[in-house]
Design a protein around this ligand. Structure first.
Ligand code: SF4
Length: 436
């Protein structure tokens, strides 16, 4: 049985207990969330890992880091270092998006070494197989596509992205409206190419029932992908994007009826004033299934800084109800990320997630309150340990040498924290006296 099926029978599992403990909520809250689909626990029965996480309404906003080889950069050890660093700096999940070299070897190593849930996009498997055999990507066979999904599931992957909503009718609308950046999702274009060349419907859509049976067997969570996510803000919230989402809403109900857990993936490139609408539409059309959002990137003009453009969008989206943020690194739109890019991407996205949690959960700002106390007390060690990136804090502090080690070089002898200390520390009564 899947976690959802067990919840529907009021069976409390170890995974539900662990998630409840981590989230500081009751196990009944998790059970009910699984029942009504607002919470998913991505955990393959074949994958044993320590940091089991729930995703969804009422839980901490989660952060995912994408890693993996490309056809141009194949270094398995380097990708495993990215896995390590992503987890070290606080990623709640990782996706192996490898498309270069021995992708089976890479995926199995990521699953084996990850202490957090692992996701993949299995259509890459069939595409890589086709290319390796001297064929073009649209020459993938339906059998290869389904076999790729099954391989990832049996390898222990906890959640899989499948682009089941990219149908022929949605593509027709895409072309009719003359979208600026047609398709930016790799899975989206692989399937579109396949549909056009083979003049058939999306096989992920037509074989959805078989995929559900595979997912159910190992309790793999389906992350219903947004193959038509806008790739520039000029295309945001357009007809094909919403049509695809409507299909995903229908497929969500189908998956739930079979006991399969679901998350919905979201865009992409979205201007700030459309983010709230995007979250509301997803929740409405997909029956409040957890929303897993890439970015959103709020402007297209900042390559090199897209961890910032996406953190701005991610914070707004999560505050409005998005549940799971996929990181974007400074390397987005430029190259495969380096270790430092991964580090910065995770931290930027965690800042977005925490900023949103402050307005979503009453207990989130305890951390900020402790930091504020450390600042007023000029307790630099405490500030470092409370910092989201203690390593960077330490480096920056050690690189600067204030004359007075109590303060920092920003204001030096004009430090307001230190200057006011004699008047304010524990003596509010005295201050009120002085103000009379
Ligand atoms: S010197 Fe300025 S910036 Fe630094 S701790 Fe004091 S008030 Fe804050």
């Amino acid at each position: 049985m899947t976690q959802r099926e067990k919840a529907l029978q009021n069976i409390i599992t170890e995974e539900m207990k662990k998630v409840a403990e981590y989230e500081k909520v009751s196990v009944e809250f998790i059970l009910n969330g699984l029942k009504n689909g607002t919470i998913a626990i991505p955990k393959n029965k074949r994958h044993n890992f320590s940091d089991i996480r729930g995703v969804g309404q009422g839980l901490w906003t989660k952060v995912n880091a994408n890693i993996g080889t490309s056809s141009d950069m194949i270094d398995y050890d380097y990708e495993l270092k990215k896995l390590k660093i992503a987890i070290e700096v606080g990623a709640d999940a990782v996706m192996d998006l490898s498309t270069g070299g021995d992708i089976d070897k890479m995926r199995r190593a990521v699953v084996k070494n990850s202490s957090v849930p692992v996701g993949t996009v299995p259509i890459y498997q069939a595409a890589v197989t086709a290319v390796e055999n001297g064929r073009s990507i649209p020459d993938m066979t339906e059998k290869e596509i389904l076999a790729g999904i099954f391989k990832h599931i049996t390898d222990g992957v906890d959640f899989i992205t499948i682009h089941a909503g990219v149908t022929r009718e949605v593509i027709r609308q895409l072309v009719l409206q003359k979208r600026q950046d047609l398709i930016v999702s790799r899975g989206g274009w692989f399937l579109t190419g396949w549909m056009l060349k083979n003049r058939k419907e999306n096989p992920i859509y037509t074989h959805f029932d078989e995929i559900l049976d595979m997912a159910k067997q190992y309790d793999v969570t389906l992350s219903l992908g947004d193959g038509l996510r806008p790739g520039c803000i000029n295309d945001s919230t357009d007809k094909p994007q919403i049509m695809e989402l409507m299909i995903l809403g229908e497929l969500t109900k189908k998956a739930w009826s079979k006991g399969v857990q679901v998350m919905i993936e979201g865009p992409g490139h979205i201007p700030i004033d459309e983010i709230k609408t995007n979250v509301q539409i997803e929740k409405k059309l997909c029956n409040n299934a957890p929303f897993y959002i890439l970015g959103p990137v709020v402007t297209d003009i900042a390559p090199g800084y897209d961890h910032i453009t996406s953190a701005i969008g991610g914070a707004i989206a999560a505050a409005e109800g998005a549940d799971f943020l996929c990181y974007v690194t400074p390397a987005e739109h430029i190259r495969l990320p380096s270790l430092e890019d991964v580090r910065e991407g995770v931290i930027a996205t965690r800042i977005a997630a925490h900023s949103a949690d402050i307005v979503k959960r009453s207990d989130a700002k305890k951390w900020d309150i402790k930091m504020a106390d450390a600042r007023i007390n000029l307790d630099w060690k405490k500030m470092e340990s409370l910092s989201i990136d203690p390593k960077k804090f330490n480096k920056m502090r050690s690189e600067s040498s204030p004359d007075d080690s109590d303060v920092c070089t920003m204001c030096g002898k004009f430090c307001s924290m230190k200057g006011l200390k004699p008047y304010l520390t524990g003596k509010y009564g005295d201050v009120l006296e002085m103000l009379k």
